[in-house]
Each structure stands twice: as C-alpha cells, then as structure tokens.
Design a protein around this ligand. Structure first.
Ligand SMILES: C[S@@+](CC[C@H](N)C(=O)[O-])C[C@H]1O[C@@H](n2cnc3c(N)ncnc32)[C@H](O)[C@@H]1O
Length: 412
C-alpha cells in the first residue's frame, strides 16, 4: 500500500513539459515524452552543433523543437493534433517579465472569483463517464476555475495560454486517472490519494508558479510549431533542414487522441466522440472509435511500398487464428503506407548531408513480429538515403522481443 501524502502521489502521476522544467531537470508530460526520449533527443542535438535547422515532423509535446531551441538552433515541428500544436506553441513562446507578472496577477484574480463563487461555472465537458474521471467536488472546482480563467484573460493571449497550461496540469492531478501503464487507467477505489483532502485552489496556484518559473527561462534559439500533416509536409514547410529528429507514432494501436481526451475536451479541442474518432483517423496509427470502422472499409491502393518482409508479415497477421487478424493486417498495411507517404516528402526539404533519426519501436501482432525499423530502413534506402542503419536503443518489454531503435540515415 502506498503511504505517500496525496500531494506526492499526485506529483508522481503528473509529468512535466520540457520548457517548464528546465530548472529542475524533470521531464515528460502527457505520457508522450518518456524520460529516456528526452535524453536521447538531447544527446542527438548536442552531437550536431553545426546543424542550424532541426525538423521534427511528429511534434507531440514538442520535445525536439524545444530541445533544439534551448541549444540555440532553429527548431521546426509539425503535428496533426491541434491541441498538441497549441501546447507546443505555448511551450516554445518567449515570455517577457511583464507577461509573467501579469499572469501571476490573473491567477490571483481567477482564484478569488472561484473562492467567492462570483462566476458562473462552465458546463462540464462532454467526456464519456465523466464521473469516473473527477469527483463531484473536483468537477465543480474545475468548472468554476475554467470560467474564471476566461473571465480574467483575453482570448489567444500569452496570459490565457499560461494559465491554461497550468489548468491542464491541475485537471489531471485532481483526476482519478493513473499513469502507471503505457496508457491511462483509473485508480482503484482503495487508492490512498482519494483519502487526503486537497486544497484545490492552492494546487492550481502551485501549478501556475511551476509553469511560470519555466516560462521565465526563454530558449536561446527559436521553435516554430505548425499544424500540418506529415504526409503533406512540402505544402506546409520550406527547407532546407540539416537534421531530423523525431519519434513517429508506433504501429502499436496507441491512440494519442484517446490519451489526450481530458485536456482536449476541457480546452474545447473536442466536442464529441465522433470528432475524436475522426481526428484519430487522420493520425497515423490511429484506431479509436470511428477510425476502426473506417479501417474496416479501407482498401489498400494498388500503388504502395513493396516489401517482401511486409507482405509476409501482413499475410501471417491476416491468417492468424484471431478473428481480428484481417482488420489488424489492414491496420499495419495502412500504417506503412502512411509512413511511406511521409518519407516521400523528405528529400525536397533536406540539405545535402542532412542526418535523420527516427526513434521507433517494433511491434508484434498475434505472434508475428513487424520490424518497423527494418521497413523504415528499406523505405529510406529506396528513396536514395545513404548510411542507413538501425541502432537498437533499449528493450521495451522484458518478455517479448520489443525493442526501440534509432533509424539513422543521411541524405545523399
Ligand atoms: C510518438 S508521438 C511524438 C512524441 C514526441 N516526440 C514528444 O516528445 O512528445 C507521435 C505524434 O505524431 C502525431 N501524428 C500522428 N499522425 C500524424 C500526421 N499524419 N502528421 C503529423 N503528426 C502526426 C501524433 O499526434 C503524435 O503527437
């Protein structure tokens, strides 16, 4: 049984954004940036001091672009998820001492409105089974706080963004969600954290302080964060880039929309489950909600990347004993078609000699190993990249042969 005070338990569950933790050295947040990946990205960026422009086509929480900016490069990053683009933009912004002081004042004003109940709360977001996420008391506090933040700030301002980043931290800290697996689950009813009373206002204030202490440390370089599909990068960006460091979605059926839904609903990036599924369908590797039925109807186009390893794997998955084998074979086929469409965008955007690092893990489906790293390597070689290598980084799972690789290549 865990005997830590609630506050510490909550802290254990919260993960921090890169920008906002520069002082403490703690990292990770939203489960998209595990500790090891920040370390790897940092080593790669430091090792490439001459690279001026660094691209990450799969931004997530913005680790690569932020890391590049803190090491005085120009970071450019894209993502298809508007919430992550907003978050990474908020992390990448340069904040003046005046903005930081004004945010501190706005926090005090907002908390006064909440304490006095002098504001009409917003409606609770339409999250399915919301009562599993937050106690009635927590929900009431969050609805009041959300309304108060809107009341004391103007739309699309740094002040509102900083308070909303802190609000994201608070809403997850005060939830019943647990992050001890790859994806979110709910705490058991016997969890000790539920037994300790929480001063909710003080918790938000602490989150604002935490966010502001990081916001005060502006990166030396710049980072731009762009809403774009990595399969259509040439429309959104202009090169040349000297270095690409990224962690693309894995072929593992993890849905970033599913993982991020509490933040996305509270901040208004999602209105209903259908939108969530639609957005997941546009994301590479998404299979949540409507995305699954879309996949059922999806037919592989005649023109796709040809690989004997992929063909063998797809056949083995489709013919496995499992009733979902055919669907999962489609999932894997679509994943690699999408990644091929993405890789085809790169040559026009890269400087001669540009180095690529794709941090990715392999997968298994009903006992069939899908060597994602090998398929990436095949695709990059086919496009004319040289020095293509798959460097193992770490084991992902002690029982299975699941390994993470850095797939490295050089453009001409
Ligand atoms: C593994 S995460 C990136 C994690 C990131 N390295 C970080 O530090 O947080 C993969 C990201 O790819 C994004 N993504 C999925 N499909 C995409 C697409 N077609 N275009 C751009 N981004 C996409 C997802 O939204 C997700 O944020």
């Amino acid at each position: 049984m865990n005997s830590l005070p609630a506050r510490d338990q909550l802290r254990q569950r919260v993960e921090y954004t890169y920008k906002f933790n520069a002082k403490t050295g703690r990292h990770g947040w939203l489960r998209l940036t595990p500790a090891y990946s920040l370390k790897i990205v940092e080593e790669l960026v430091i090792g490439q001091a001459n690279a001026q422009r660094v691209l990450d086509p799969f931004c997530g929480t913005g680790t690569t672009a932020l890391c590049a900016a803190y090491h005085d490069h120009e970071g450019v990053t894209t993502d298809i998820n508007p919430f992550l683009v907003w978050l990474a933009q908020a992390k990448a912004a340069h904040y003046s001492p005046t903005s930081i002081e004004t945010t501190r004042g706005a926090c005090t004003q907002a908390l006064t409105l909440v304490a006095d109940r002098a504001i009409e709360p917003v409606s609770a977001p339409p999250i399915f089974n919301i009562e599993r996420w937050w106690s009635a008391e927590a929900l009431e506090f969050l609805c009041l706080l959300r309304a108060a933040i809107e009341h004391v700030t103007q739309p699309d301002t740094e002040i509102r963004n900083l308070l909303l980043v802190a609000f994201c931290r608070t809403l997850i800290e005060q939830s019943n969600a647990a992050f001890n697996h790859q994806s979110m689950s709910f705490k058991g009813e016997d969890n000790q954290a539920l037994l300790f009373p929480i001063d909710r206002g003080a918790a938000f204030e602490a989150d604002v302080q935490f966010v502001l202490s990081g916001a005060a440390e502006n990166p030396a370089g710049s980072a731009s964060v762009i809403l774009a599909d990595s399969r259509g990068l040439r429309k959104a960006l202009s090169g040349p880039f000297d270095l690409v460091i990224t962690s693309p979605p894995y072929a593992n059926r993890m849905s970033y929309i599913r993982e991020l839904r509490p933040y996305m609903y509270w901040l208004g990036f999602l209105q209903n489950g259908r939108d969530a599924g639609e957005l997941d369908w546009t994301a590479i590797g998404g299979t949540w909600g409507i995305a699954t039925s879309r996949l059922t109807d999806w037919e592989r186009p005649e023109k796709h990347f040809k690989s004997a390893h992929l063909t063998d794997a797809l056949q083995a998955i489709a013919h496995s004993e499992n009733k979902n084998g055919v669907l999962l074979a489609k999932y894997v086929a679509k994943y690699f078609d999408d990644m091929w469409a993405h890789f085809c965008e790169l040559p026009e955007l890269l400087a001669s000699g540009a180095e690529l690092h794709y941090i990715v893990g392999n997968s298994t489906f009903y006992g069939t190993l899908v060597s994602t790293e090998r398929l990436y390597a095949e695709m990059l070689s086919e496009l004319g990249f040289s020095q293509v290598e798959c460097r193992p980084i770490r084991k992902r799972n002690s029982k299975k042969a699941l390994i993470e690789f850095d797939v490295v290549a050089r453009w001409k």
